[in-house]
Design a protein around this ligand. Structure first.
Ligand SMILES: [Mn+2]
Length: 345
């Protein structure tokens, strides 16, 4: 479990003629922007064309936020890794994925290729799955990439800076997350010094709430249940309810658990989302209410991963109730359902 030196990574990138990056299947702006920034860097430094693939199509929201600011057209949409002939490439770059399987929606995804993997990431649970690794526990993969580019002696230009800042501010929850470090702020300041307009991003992201998201909020709040005894709260999102309310999930941007994490008097919250009809699988998103409560422990115990304040796991279960019981039982076994002592708050 160690990082390669920036010098080593520079040589690997320099020697790669046909690199490919499969974006994390759980799309966010960090997952989008980090490969796009790296693509610019490789183009400028080595005249190499980094192929970027995304498992499905980019949402209207993604286009709206980025429109007129930077170009997202280099992303090859609707290209799941299962459909890629990796023999046409000589390096697989994975950025912003805590596990390699995240490039697929299949949790058991196995890469059927001996292509060399470069893993650049910021997740604490990252097991250094690459042949080459650069993992730093920062607030965003874009922060890690900025440092790596600088350390490799590649000058970050305005085009790259525009990508990087959007990844950083979104993955840091506008700098309100526990994962936000001075380095995220310093990096952001340096990117702003290059002329990137942060408020423009903030405005586009926050004064741009979609009706679909408001409908989703309605569902999340109306299904919210609080379990005082176990100091948790949760909301269930069944496909039937989503369809009944006419919510176009693909057009929403909210990580649903974020909508309820500020509820007081609970240690942690979670949402239980039915993955697909009849699959008996639920996607659980966990959020901690207190920095002392590490919800990644719950996720890891059940085969998932993530951060202390935000983590996730897919749970096979016949019903949402069964998945909920599994989460609460796991949290109880980990001692996460007892009140935080006043003295440690
Ligand atoms: Mn990220």
């Amino acid at each position: 479990m160690h990082n390669n030196s920036p010098k080593e990574i520079y040589e690997i990138l320099k020697n790669s003629k046909r690199p490919i990056c499969c974006m994390d299947s759980r799309f966010d702006f960090d997952a989008l922007c980090s490969p796009l920034a790296l693509r610019e860097a490789l183009k400028k430094e080595f005249d190499t064309d980094l192929t970027i693939t995304n498992i499905d199509s980019l949402s209207r929201r993604t286009r709206e936020v980025t429109q007129g600011i930077f170009d997202i057209s280099p992303v090859h949409e609707n290209t799941p890794p299962e459909t890629i002939d990796f023999s046409e490439h000589d390096l697989l770059i994975v950025i912003d994925s805590g596990q390699l399987s995240h490039i697929s929606t299949d949790d058991n995804f196995q890469l059927k290729s001996d292509i060399k993997i470069l893993n650049i990431d910021h997740h604490e649970s990252n097991p250094y799955y690459g042949h080459y690794n650069y993992v730093k526990i920062y607030g965003a993969a874009c922060t890690v990439l900025y440092e790596l580019l600088k350390e490799m002696g590649i000058k970050v230009d305005f085009e790259m800076a525009k990508y990087l800042l959007l990844g950083i501010i979104t993955d840091n929850g506008f700098f309100q997350y526990n994962s936000t470090g001075a380095i995220d702020l310093r990096t952001s300041a340096e990117l702003m010094d290059m002329g990137v307009n942060m408020y423009d991003y903030v405005w586009r992201l926050t004064f741009n709430e979609d009706f679909e998201d408001m409908k989703l909020m309605g569902l999340v709040y109306s299904n919210l249940k609080i379990d005082h005894k176990n100091r948790t709260a949760y909301s269930t999102l069944l496909l039937k309810d989503i369809n009944d309310r006419g919510i176009k999930l693909k057009e929403t941007v909210y990580a649903t658990a974020d909508l309820i994490k500020k509820l007081k008097d609970v240690n942690y919250v979670f949402t239980v989302e039915e993955v697909s009809e009849g699959e008996d699988l639920f996607n659980i998103s966990l959020r901690s209410h207190y920095k002392q409560i590490d919800v990644s422990k719950i996720a890891v115990a059940l085969g998932g991963g993530g951060h202390k304040m935000a983590s996730g796991v897919n749970i096979p279960a016949k019903t949402a109730e069964e998945a909920i019981a599994k989460i609460i039982e796991t949290a109880e076994n980990l001692g996460l359902n007892t009140p935080i002592p006043e003295s440690s708050l």
